[in-house]
Design a protein around this ligand. Structure first.
Ligand code: SF4
Length: 149
């Protein structure tokens, strides 16, 4: 499965807090090192063996790495919240480096897709939000209320 692009691949960033649409977690499966797998397993209170059995894609192989499994079209650790527009990462404090490196931005197609899908908004060429005033306000107050990571 394709891996997330890193910051270096993105020429021009238009920063925005992550609004937890979950699109990147639906489109990509994170690759973790053996040390990261152990760290996540510890945090879940399971053995490494059990972690590999339950959460890792056993059809994928690259020496020294594991691929976190996809379940129902998303990273197995992506969870719903009460707000259907906002998702949660169940291992956020111990998430792997590849997820830490991934920065949200309005130049990213994944964030744009989430903005449209969850909030009915788009962005113009100068990075300004486009949509009804009510939707823009709702989105901005959601960001302020801490729905961003
Ligand atoms: S806002 Fe961007 S970085 Fe955050 S979950 Fe959505 S796609 Fe991923």
């Amino acid at each position: 499965m394709e891996e997330p692009r890193t910051d270096e691949d993105v020429p021009e960033r238009i920063e925005i807090p992550c609004f937890r649409c979950g699109v990147c977690c639906m489109e990509y499966s994170p690759r973790v090192t053996a040390a990261e797998a152990e760290h996540i397993a510890d945090s879940l209170g399971v053995s490494l063996e059990n972690f590999l059995e339950r959460y890792v894609d056993d059809s994928w192989f690259e020496p020294g790495f594991y691929l976190i499994d996809n379940q129902d079209g998303a990273c197995i650790f992506l969870a719903d919240t009460e707000d259907s527009r906002v998702f949660s990462c169940l291992i956020h404090p111990v998430r792997p480096e590849v997820c830490r490196e991934w920065q949200p931005g309005l130049e990213r197609k994944e964030c744009l897709e989430g903005l449209e899908k969850c909030w009915g908004l788009s962005v113009d060429s100068s990075g300004q939000l486009q949509g009804s005033e009510a939707k823009i306000q709702e989105f901005q107050s959601a960001l302020k209320s801490g729905k961003s990571l």
